[in-house]
Design a protein around this ligand. Structure first.
Ligand code: MF3
Ligand code: CO
Ligand code: CO
Length: 301
């Protein structure tokens, strides 16, 4: 990373040790939004009607659960297929094209596209971008980390998952950040099951992050998901008192964002890109899970 000239060499060295070696990024130019043919079924927010907003977490019946399984499979498959293409020199807009094309091929709609005005088909968040990065023409570079967050709308249901990829040789601080973030997600899923308080997820993640001297960005929560992209419950990834217990038939996402530095973030003027306040890198991992009779099942595996 490059530092403001005013920083003393001593402070620069300290920050480097804490945050590691990487390039700080800012959004650059991009291409127009991609096109979706008429025969692809679109979510409510595209056709201009919004579903009744739910006030409590939905308990899904078998048919709805099957709908979730199918959409989550499509999302997970797209994330799997693009993996080998995420290489140095590839732009995040190339990733957008890939995700867009594969999603349409699966007869699904890329949920981010025109969701509350988001201009692209996937979120790509590089290095110090915490979440909701807009794919653009910057080529990925050796040493970058990039989160690719894929949501698809398939046969009436959304499925949502993300992973942070390593580009070439990533420094040890970066590797650690990405690994601990994945651990947080996996360990949080392990405690889920009927009768478990939603707030236990944040407690579990908080402890793992703290043990590794990483911060959890409190501004971003997981969410219930179904025919709607975002609905109750809210899943906090830090210490919290959010009320309620998990019940069989609930589906929600867990999607912690961790960083080496400050918990604070800044929303850029494009209205979407969120960067860390101090320029430290952030990593995220996300799954959609189903609460079953005896635990939780990862639907986006
Ligand atoms: N996929 C994101 C999530 O995990 C939401 C992205 S909203 C968008 O909830 F509009 F930026 F796509
Ligand atoms: Co997501
Ligand atoms: Co999500």
């Amino acid at each position: 990373m490059r530092f403001p000239k005013a920083l003393s060499p001593r402070l620069q060295k300290q920050l480097l040790k804490r945050f590691g070696v990487y390039e700080k990024v800012m959004p650059v130019e991009t291409t127009p939004s991609r096109w979706v043919p008429d025969h692809i079924d679109k979510p409510d927010y595209i056709i201009g009607k919004t579903l009744n907003t739910r006030i409590s977490p939905e308990i899904k019946d078998n048919e709805q659960i099957q709908g979730m399984r199918n959409s989550c499979n499509v999302a997970a498959n797209v994330l799997r297929i693009i993996q080998p293409f995420i290489l140095p020199g590839v732009t995040t807009d190339d990733i957008d094209e890939l995700v867009h094309t594969l999603t349409l091929e699966a007869k699904a709609y890329p949920s981010p596209l025109h969701y509350k005005g988001f201009p692209k088909s996937v979120c790509t968040s590089v290095n110090n971008v915490a979440v909701h990065g807009i794919p653009d023409l910057r080529p990925l570079q050796n040493g970058d980390i990039v989160n690719v967050d894929i949501t698809v709308f398939y046969n009436g249901y959304h499925g949502d998952c993300s992973k942070t990829f390593l580009i070439g040789d990533v420094d040890d601080r970066g590797l650690e950040l990405v690994n601990v973030t994945e651990d947080c997600l996996n360990e949080a899923i392990k405690i889920c099951g009927p009768g478990v308080p939603f707030c236990d997820i944040g407690l579990r993640i908080h402890r793992i992050a703290k043990r590794n001297r990483l911060s959890v960005l409190p501004a971003f929560v997981g969410h219930g998901i179904g025919k709607y992209f975002h609905g109750p419950p809210e899943i906090y990834h830090t210490l919290n008192r959010y009320p309620g217990l998990m019940k069989p038939g609930m589906t929600f996402t867990i999607e912690p964002v961790l960083s080496h530095g400050s918990e604070n973030t800044v929303l850029l003027e494009d209205g979407w890109t969120v960067i860390t306040e101090d320029g430290a890198r952030a990593a995220q991992a996300e799954h959609t899970v189903l609460i079953t009779e005896d635990g939780a099942e990862i639907l986006t595996k």
